[in-house]
Design a protein. Sequence first.
Length: 668
Amino acid sequence: MNDLFNSDGGTPRKSRKPPVPSDYGAEHIEVLEGLEPVRRRPGMYIGGTDETAYHHLASEILDNAMDEAVAGHASTIDVSLEAPSLLMIRDNGRGIPVDAHPKFKDRSALEVIFTTLHAGGKFSGKAYDTSGGLHGVGSSVVNALSEKLEVEVARDRIVWRQDYARGLPLNKLTQVGNAPNRRGTTIRFAPDPQIFGNLSFSPARLYRLCCSKAALFRGVTIRWNVATGLLKAGDETPQEAVIHFPNGLADSLAAELGSEPALLAPIWAGEAELPAAADGRPGGRLEWAVAFLESGTSSMTSYCNTIPTPQGGTHETGFRAALVKGFRAWGEQRNNKRAAAITAEDILGALSVKLSVFIRDPHFQGQTKEKLTTQEASRLVEGALRDRIDHWLGGNPSQADNVLAFMIERAEERLRRREAKDTPRKSATRRLRLPGKLTDCTRENAAETEIFLVEGESAGGSAKQARNRETQAVLPLKGKILNVASASADKLRANQELRDLVEALGCGVGSSLDIARLRYGRVIIMTDADVDGAHIASLLMTFFYREMPELIRGGHLYLARPPLYRLTHGAKTIYAMDDRDRERSIKRDFKANAKVEVSRFKGLGEMPVSDLKQTTMDPQRRTLLKVVARPEDRAETSDRVESLMGRRPELRFRFIQEHARSAELLDV
C-alpha cells in the first residue's frame, strides 16, 4: 500500500497500468463449438484421462439405462464387453426419442442428445422423477471421447440407427428395420485412444459396477457377458452372468461380507419413502442395509440416484445423525446413562453400510459427482430413518441391548485412548522388558505355549516346580489386583501388578492392543479353589474383558480348575473339586464303609507339586474352562460386569438381595 502514497502520506499517486502485449489481440480469442471443449479439456467433464475416467464413460451410459429402470420403463439391461475397448450396453426401456427436435428442426432429438452439451430429458423432471447421469452431459461427453459410437433405438416397432466418430455424426438417423417385439436403446462405443492412450476396459471392474447398480434397484436384471478370450488367466470374473438382487442392498452387502463375524444376523435392511415435494410430486426414496460387525473393517458405501458418492455428502450426514440420536435415545429409555457418550465415530467404526437415496434435482460437488451437496437431503434422510431405527430397536430389545453395549464399549475405549494421549509414552523401539517375577518358557512358537497367572509367591513357587519348562510360563501376582471397572485410568496405569501382567503378555493394552504380538497361545488364570481365589479370578477376568477383550474373543483366556480335596483309600486316589463333588465321589468311587482319607488343600502354595502337576497343569489330565463372551449376550454381560464390579455399590447390594435365597443353597 505504501507505494501508492507520497512519502508524506498525502495524496495517492496514480497507479500505473501494465503495458498491453503487442502480440495479444482479438484473433487470439478461441471459440470452441459443439463438443470440442470436451476433447480439449476432458478432465473438466470426467475428472481426467486415467483408468478411472476411462471406466467413467461406461458408468455414464449404464446410468442412463438405470434411469429408465428406476423410472419403471425398463427391467433388463445387457452389458457386453465385445473387445478390449468395445462395450455394448442395451436396455429395454422406452428408447431415445427419434423425432425431429422442435428447436433444431433439421436434427433428431437423438442427434441433439449425442452432439449437444446439456441436452436431455432430466432437467424439467417430467420424464424422470429422479435420475443419475450427467443431466444432459453424459451421452454427449461419451460420444465426444469415443473413437466410434453406434446408437440403435427400437421404438414404436421400428429400429433406428446412427453412427458417430469423435462426437461427429457419420450419417443421418436411419430406419434399419422393424422390431415388433423389441424396444429400448443400444449403445456400442470404443473410447478414443487419442485421448486415453492404450487403456482398455477391465472386466472385473465393469462386473463390479454392474453388481453395484443391480443392487441399487431390485427391479432390474443385468445380463453380463464377456467375449471369449478377453478374460486373463486368474481373473475370477464370470464369462456370463445374470445379476439380480431380489432383496436389493441387503443381498449385495451379505455377498460382500461373506463369513465375516457379525453382531447381528440377519442384516438390518429397509426402505422408506421421502416426504413429497411442495407441488405434490414424489419426494424420493431411501434404502439401506447395515451389518453390525463383531470385528473386521468398517465401511460405508453410499449412492444418490444410483450414482456412487465415494466422498459421502449430506445423505451420509443425515444417516449418521439418525443413528446417533436413535441409540442415545434407546440408552436413555433403558436407563443406561453411559449411552450418552456414544458418537458417530463409535457407531460407524463397527458398521458395514450400504446407503442409497433417490431425490429430485440432486446437487453434487464436481462434474463426476463424488459428493452429494443437496442440503435438504440431510434432513430428509434423518427424518425418514429415525422412525425406522426407533421401531427396529423397540421391536428387537435383546439385540438392541447387545449392539448398544458394544457401542458403549467402543465409546469408553475411545475415551481411554484420549486420556492416554496425555500420558508420556516410552519409546516403541525399546527392547522388550519382562517383569522379574515372570518365569518364562523356552519354546518360541506362541501357539504352543501358555502362561499361568497364579495367586501369590507361594503358589508361584509350586507352579514353577510343576510346570513343563519348555511350554509353560508362570507369573505370580500379589494378592487381589486392582478392580479396573471402578478405578480411574491413572490408577490403572500406576498399578505395578497390571503393568507386569501387560508386559509379560507382550501384546499391549487398550488402543495399543495387537493380538498378533501375544506371547502365549493360552492365558490361564490359576487361583485357589476358595472364595478369595474366585474373587481374584473375577478381578482378572474383568481386567481382560475391559482392557484386552481380543484375548477373550480370540479364545485365549482360560480358568484352571484345581481340586479342593484329595480322597485316598489304599492305592486309590480321587480328587474332588468341592464339597458336593467330595460326597459324590466317596459314594461312587469307593466301596461302602471304606475308610477314606480326606485331605483338604488350603491353597495352591501348600498343594504338593506332584498333585498340582497331575490335577491342574498337565495338559493330558487337567480340566480347563474357556472364558467366552457370546455376542448375543453382550448386553447382559456388560450390565453384569458394570453392576457387580462397577462404581455403584447399590447395584451390588440389589444383586445380593435378589439372589440371597439361592446363595443359601450353595455349598460352602
